[in-house]
Structure formats: C-alpha cells, structure tokens
Design a protein around this ligand. Structure first.
Ligand SMILES: *Cc1c(COP(=O)(O)O)cnc(C)c1O
Length: 378
C-alpha cells in the first residue's frame, strides 16, 4: 500500500493526545505467557478476558473524568445501583484483527462510536465523544496487544459498554455513569467451517416496537429476545427472527444480526430501518460491497409471505444474517408455526460466501481497504 494512503489510516495527532490522557495502571498479576497463549490458541467465545480494561467515569457535575487502563476485575456495585433496577445500559461489539505484518487494526470504529452515542441518547445516558471512544479501545489494545490472536478468523473481541452507576431507586436518568471496555480473544465463529443455520420466525414475541429501543444497542433488547430464542431452540432452530410488532407480517432481524435476501435476478433486499431495527455496521458494509459488485440493493419492508413464496418458487436463492461476531451466517432453512422451508438446496449461497470472504479479507488485511474502513490500533 502506498505511503499517503497508509498514513491516512494512522491515528491522527489529536487521537494520540487523547490516548495519552489514559492513565495506564498496569496489573501486578498479568496472566503467565503460557496461560495467555493457551487461551489465545483455543478461545471459547466470551469466556476469557485480557489482563486490563479501559474505563472512564462520568457524573453530571464534572462530565467525563479519570480516563484509565486498569487491571481487569470485578466491579463493586451498591445494591441500589440504577442499572440493576431499570436497565439503563448500552453496549457495542467490535473486533481487533492482527495482520500478517503483526500490526493490529479495527474496522470502522467511528461507526460504532456514533451508534454508541445514539444508543446513549435513547437510554438517557451521557454521550461519550467519538474521539474518546476510539482512544479508549486504542489504549486498551495497545496495553493488551499480546492478547490479539493471529490465526485464521481469530480476533480480539472488544466490548465497550456503559451503565447507570448512581445508587438511587428513583426513576429518572442516572447522574453517574461508568464506561468500560473489556476484551476477549475469539477464534472462528464456526469451528468446522461456515455452516448454514435454521431460523425460527416467531409470530408470538417481539424484540422491539415502534418508538421503543430497537434501534439502540441496549441490554434490555437482548433480555427480551432470550425467551423466543429458547422457543427457537425447542423447534430445532439455532436462532430466532423477529417480525414487526405492529402487523407481525414483515421481516425485521434476528436477536443480534441483520438479514439479507438474495433473488435469482441478482438483486438483494434487506429490511429498511424503521426505527425498531438495529443499524449494523456489517449491514451497511455489505450494502456497499454488494453495490460495488453491481448488485441492486433495496432497503424495504419485506413481507414474510412474499419471502416464503419466493423461496418455494425459486426466485429467492439465498438468505443470510450478518453481524460483527459471525460476520455472515448463511441461513439454510426458515421455520414457523405454519411453515418449514429450505432455501435452495439448504447449503451456503454463492454470493453469501463471496461477500463473506471479501469482507473478512478487508478486515484481516488480505485485500485492499478501498473504502478506508480500517484504523490502526497498534
Ligand atoms: C449488534 C447488533 C447487530 C449487528 O450489528 P453489527 O454492527 O453489524 O455488529 C444487529 N442486530 C442487533 C439487534 C444487534 O444488537
């Protein structure tokens, strides 16, 4: 890659100034090298965390204060802490990738930072400036850089989150908040290669409703998706897909992934953002990559019945889900209370897999970052 383009992707000097504001208080008990290497070699999603965490505190008088990197460890919470009672909490999910030359990068962090600020607004939490968000993940990854795996499809999963930390049972926005970033090495999402999943389309439960918190990345949305997720599993499906809460006739998304439909004529559709769907960074990146390939991508309300008819008559050839954790998951089968259909031959679709490879190649530095999506962390 030529120098000017590479230079563009380096952290700017103002980002460096913000990173320098983080007081790095190193753990006096980091995990031994052998333990760390064993964890990186065979990580189980979300079970092992790095030695440190990033943290910034907020209160309504002083704003954001005390930017620091500290030893990873339990939080001490007063039993009256607001988040435990009213779920005033938001989070993000992103990854750090080690490239072949050893450098470490992340993907479109400003998009996550901006979404985090939108989620904060909806949950009446303070907005963390985009630059602070990016500086916090950079400071943490630099401190724990040895925890970034280098294997195929391996990465360091980053989980920024914020919660209402005021100990007060009154119902109003908290006057105190804590922002943290924790990190966990993850291996390939699909251990035995990418496999299509079966999806239960739920007609009884909703994930989000009009005017609700569906477009915000908040823990409450996930809490409400767990029971329908259990129902999906009882029906032999890996995941649940939700319909719009008003009419229960249009496709929305899975508990934590957006959905796409590929038609035989090469056009692609994805549910439009109605306010109850989470705007995925993966979703918007896929729309761009498909458009680059010459596919027409239509964002619209997709009736379930129309989708089922299309699958049955062969005019719908592929369906897939997408999100940071799994990147792209092919969907082989849709089932519901009164239908059970296999998409094409039930295997992973051709375009699905081509776009998946294209996106992971960009993230891991195997192909050119033509849209300027990568930011260097270390
Ligand atoms: C996080 C999330 C997604 C995927 O977003 P990405 O930015 O692509 O990881 C999709 N739907 C929901 C409900 C989510 O919480």
């Amino acid at each position: 890659m030529s120098t000017p383009l590479a230079a563009q992707h380096e952290p700017s000097s103002s980002t460096e100034d913000l990173i320098a504001l983080f007081d790095v208080r190193r753990s006096d008990t980091p995990r031994p090298v052998e333990e760390r290497e064993a964890a990186i070699a065979a990580p189980k999603f979300g079970t092992v965390f790095t030695d440190h965490m990033a943290r910034i505190s907020w209160n309504s008088t002083d704003g954001w204060t005390d930017r620091r990197i500290e030893k990873y460890g339990p939080l001490q919470l007063d039993p009256a802490t607001a988040v435990l009672h009213y779920a005033q909490e938001i989070f993000e999910g992103m990854k750090a990738y080690r490239h072949a030359d050893g450098s470490v990068w992340t993907f479109r962090p400003e998009a996550n930072a901006e979404r985090f600020a939108r989620s904060a607004h909806r949950l009446a939490l303070p907005a963390l400036p985009v630059a602070d968000f990016v500086a916090s993940i950079t400071a943490l990854v630099r401190t724990d850089v040895d925890w970034v795996p280098s294997g195929e499809e391996a990465s360091l999963y980053l989980r920024p989150f914020m919660y209402a930390s005021e100990a007060f049972l009154g119902v109003r926005p908290s006057l105190e908040a804590e922002y943290l970033v924790i990190a966990s090495p993850v291996g390939p999402y699909f251990s035995g290669g990418v496999k299509p999943v079966s999806i239960w389309v739920d007609r009884e439960y909703s994930r989000a409703g009009a005017g609700g918190t569906g477009a915000a990345k908040c823990g409450g949305n996930y809490a409400s998706s767990l029971l329908p997720q259990m129902v999906a599993q009882q029906h032999g499906c890996e995941q649940v897909c939700f319909l719009d809460s008003a009419t229960r006739t249009h496709l929305e998304e899975l508990g934590g992934m957006n959905v796409f439909v590929v038609r035989a004529d090469g056009s692609v559709e994805t549910p439009e953002l109605t306010g109850s769907i989470l705007e995925g960074v993966t979703r918007s990146s896929i729309i761009q990559l498909l458009t680059d390939r010459g596919h027409e991508v239509v964002e619209r309300r997709i009736p379930l019945d129309e989708l089922l008819d299309g699958i049955r008559d062969g005019s719908v050839t592929e369906v897939f889900a997408c999100g940071t954790a799994a990147v792209i998951t092919p969907i082989g089968r849709l089932a519901g209370s009164d239908f059970d259909v296999t998409i094409a031959d039930g295997g992973a679709g051709q375009l699905t897999m081509a776009v998946r490879t294209e996106l992971t190649d960009i993230q891991t530095g195997r192909s050119a970052d033509r849209h300027g999506w990568l930011r260097r962390l270390a």
